[in-house]
Design a protein. Structure first.
Length: 236
């Protein structure tokens, strides 16, 4: 079930424009979901401005769903901004504390904490600091680093490292969105946080390894690679 918070005119290489949905309509879309069908997990991606953040936060506090995974999207892979800079305070005050898991990439973790992140120790410090700011658990993703594709999970008590080899491709559009959605889906299935992240990391790595070389910019990850391998036809 989806709630549309913004309509974005974008392709693999640029964001042309966007139009945010009115906060009242965002809230009513959330009502439409929670008054009807049980919700086992929530995944939140791009929230471009404060009013959208406040609408989402208000309704999540009202309904109090479990397993809230928040990807604090700020800038697209192609460099185009997706969050207004003046909404950073609202992100930190209203959205971050709702997260059972916050999944910043390195530039996002730097913006949220004000820390510079160069090493795995820096990633740990940032994760700890974000947990102190109110997120229950934090996964700092290393897609933007060099070398191995290392992500570090802090569950409020200890760190778990998830590492895969870096795949040499520019087609990584939507890696973070794919990853956080897969984690939320695994939590909805009842897996514990570490196992949910481990399986999602396997999934996103496969999706990147078989990403699609389409479009003029960063092509998308292949969400259905394993399904196709297991018998569905692939025609493209
Ligand atoms: N080239 C790559 N090879 C392997 N894994 C990658 C690559 N790029 C990103 N990842 C992984 O994809 C996931 C999403 O991370 P990241 O790209 O940092 O997020 P975002 O899309 O939010 O910027 C992480 O598990 C990261 O380690
Ligand atoms: C609507 C929307 N949400 C999120 C992203 C980030 O994804 P990426 O960093 O891979 O460009 C995006 N480009 N567009």
């Amino acid at each position: 079930m989806s709630v549309i918070v913004s309509v974005v005119a974008e392709n693999t290489f640029r964001v042309i424009d966007m139009q945010d949905i009115e906060p009242e309509i965002i809230e009513k879309q959330i009502d439409a979901i929670f008054e009807d069908i049980d919700t086992d997990a929530v995944k939140i991606g791009m929230l471009s401005q404060s009013t959208s953040m406040k609408a989402v936060a208000h309704k999540l506090r009202e309904y109090g769903p479990q397993n809230i995974v928040i990807d604090p999207v700020m800038i697209a892979k192609n460099g185009c901004p997706l969050m207004q800079p003046d909404s950073m305070d609202t992100l930190i005050e209203e959205i971050l504390p709702l997260a059972d898991l916050l999944t910043p990439n390195i530039p996002e973790a730097e913006r949220i904490t004000g820390l510079s992140i160069q090493t795995s120790e820096d990633m740990e410090h940032a994760a700890e600091k974000i947990a102190k700011m109110g997120a229950k658990a934090v996964l700092v993703k290393g897609g933007h680093a060099k070398g191995e594709a290392l992500d570090i999970l802090f569950n409020g008590e200890h760190f778990t490292y998830f590492s895969e080899e870096r795949i040499n491709t520019k087609n990584t559009h939507g890696t973070g969105c794919t990853y956080s959605s897969a984690i939320a889906s695994n939590l909805a299935l009842g897996l514990d946080l570490e196992e949910a992240v481990k399986r999602a990391k396997d999934y996103v790595t496969t999706a990147i390894r078989h990403s699609l070389p389409i479009g003029k910019g960063c092509g998308p990850t292949h969400h259905f690679y394993n399904l196709y391998q297991n018998g569905l036809q692939r025609e493209y």
